[in-house]
Design a binder for this molecule. Structure first.
Ligand code: 5RP
Length: 224
């Protein structure tokens, strides 16, 4: 099975998991990236089964709207049952690295408002220790050099993601060469650097369920 087939399989599995719980008042949080796009495309066939969505990026909002799926401002929605999104890495605690698509801040906000965060990923994202994927950090542009120096003090090797501006008008530093054995502590430490908007560790609010696409089928993993 190629990687796209695995991504589609987990997107379909997430849809099958939430469909029985949807009604005309349901709002669904929708993530960003190629795996989330498979979910959006599958969701379109069921758009009469729920009220609408909140989107974790402009790109996701645009794709949802193209399918005729309503997209709401999160401020008017409050909390909702499900957030479905991909990840760049997951460990067995369902601590994640996210932000490969630069949408980490809005993803973290939408995840914070969801009762259940269902992460969908192919098996290449499963790791023992987080950090082989460079950790994205969203930074206020004028703080770039200051934040980079502070990230070096934390043991990382920050690299400016050239040519990328987030939906919030900020820049991304990708932190290489981190072996993240205590994701909760590192998430807090990076968020405490002045000029950081947020970082791509989802450890304080991990996923609740991981649907992992493998050659042997979709595995459902809950945080251990
Ligand atoms: C975007 C993200 C994505 O969820 C992550 O990069 C995974 O993307 P893909 O599903 O394309 O592998 O965090 O900011």
């Amino acid at each position: 099975m190629d990687q796209n087939a695995l991504k589609k399989a987990v997107a379909d599995a997430a849809l099958a998991k939430i469909l029985p719980h949807l009604d005309e008042k349901s709002v669904i949080g929708v993530g960003t990236g190629s795996t989330a796009n498979f979910f959006i495309d599958a969701l379109a066939a069921y758009k009469t089964h729920f009220d609408g969505t909140v989107a974790s990026s402009d790109a996701t909002a645009e794709r949802l709207k193209k399918h005729g799926i309503p997209v709401y401002d999160l401020n008017g929605v409050g909390t909702f049952d499900f957030y479905i999104d991909g990840a760049d890495e997951s460990n067995a605690h369902l601590h994640l690295i996210k932000g490969g698509g630069a949408a980490l801040t809005r993803e973290k906000i939408v995840a914070a408002c969801a009762k259940t965060f269902i992460c969908i990923a192919d098996e290449s994202k499963w790791v023992d220790v987080l950090g082989a994927f460079p950790l994205p950090v969203e930074v206020i542009p004028m703080a770039r050099s200051h934040v980079a120096r502070e990230l070096v003090k934390l043991g990382g090797d920050p690299v400016y993601r050239e040519g990328v501006k987030t939906d919030n008008g900020n820049i991304i530093l990708d932190v290489h060469n981190m072996r993240i054995t205590d994701p909760v502590t590192l998430e807090k430490a990076i968020n405490n650097i002045v000029g950081v908007v947020t970082n791509g560790l989802f450890a304080m609010r991990p996923a609740d369920v991981l649907l992992l696409g493998t050659a042997a089928g979709v595995k459902e993993i809950v945080a251990g």
